[in-house]
Design a protein. Structure first.
Length: 301
């Protein structure tokens, strides 16, 4: 056991932002924190009751990701005890799985002293996730616009994002695989062209910090929201109310089932209170973008 004990902190994330399907991610100021302690065998303890089902070492996603990295490096992963504390809601489209995968990759890199470049970590995570949006935001923080195919990964990183964020969380969960199964296998050509145009303008607006225009494009998705919005109570009413109350725009967070709402800074509490009163079926979370991505801190002995 030559390694020093440490902790890993990973931000939550929201993905897509409407037409940025499977390519745009935004880190959020909610975090997964893992203390990695020396032990003779693997064990995992979660502080939160909602996560107790994931305490088994046989199918824990953090440990799976770490072991995958070790296997690809041709190394054996030393044992450790993981103490996990998280304020990322489980199964709510806020990147709980991506944060776990990112943490597992970082833990393996640290335990084995691999010295993996950040680009390689994001690529490994994208392969495990199947897409780069949440995982790139988890590693890098801020806002990411990514292309991933096979071994090719390209990421545009915008570290600072000047907005407030409201997350509306409905009472029910549904699995990512369920949300994926709602999508069609193909789109008509004119629909795909409109969707691509909206995605292009969204990306350009985000890169230049034009959230007024980005908010408009968030409502122009053709790739997934038209097929998923029926799962949300009052979806159209919420979108209208967001605009009426001064939000830039709203979108399904990842595959769902939460709704991401971008608002001007310092107005998140005011707009959030209005939405909470108008749509009491939803829990209202007030947060902000996280400029920092994954962080490592060594334990002081």
């Amino acid at each position: 056991m030559s390694w020093k004990e440490f902790s890993v902190t990973v931000p939550a994330s929201t993905a897509n932002l409407g037409p940025g399907f499977d390519s745009i991610g935004l880190a959020l100021d909610l975090h997964l924190t893992i203390d990695v302690l020396k032990a003779d065998e693997w064990s995992i303890e979660y502080k939160q009751n909602d996560y107790q089902a994931f305490s088994s070492v046989s199918d824990n996603l953090i440990l799976k990701a770490a072991k995958t990295v070790a296997q690809q490096a041709g190394r054996k992963l030393p044992s450790a005890k993981l103490l996990v504390d998280t304020d990322i809601p489980l199964g709510r489209g806020l990147g709980s799985s991506a944060s776990a995968i990112a943490a597992g990759i970082e833990i393996a890199d640290r335990l084995l002293n691999l010295g993996l470049p950040m680009q390689e970590k994001v690529k490994l995570g994208s392969k495990m996730e199947g897409h780069p949006d949440n995982i790139s935001a988890s590693f890098l923080g801020g806002l990411t616009i990514s292309y991933f195919e096979g071994e090719e990964l390209e990421v545009v990183h915008i570290p600072e994002v000047q907005i407030g964020v409201i997350i509306l969380v409905p009472p029910q969960q549904f699995l990512t695989v369920e949300a994926r199964n709602l999508l069609p296998l193909s789109l008509e050509y004119p629909v795909a062209v409109r969707g691509s145009a909206a995605s292009n303008v969204l990306s350009a607006a985000l890169a230049t910090g034009d959230w007024e225009k980005a908010g408009k494009m968030m409502q122009r998705d053709a790739f997934h929201e038209p097929f998923r919005k029926s799962k949300f109570i009052d979806f159209d009413k919420i979108q209208s109310s967001c605009k009426e109350n001064g939000a830039y725009g709203s979108a399904i967070s990842g595959a769902g089932p939460s709704l991401f709402i971008a608002v001007p800074k310092k107005r998140e509490r005011e707009i959030g209170d209005r939405l909470k009163n108008e749509f009491p079926n939803y829990e209202c979370l007030i947060t902000r973008p996280a400029s920092s991505g994954i962080q490592i801190n060594e334990k002081v002995m």
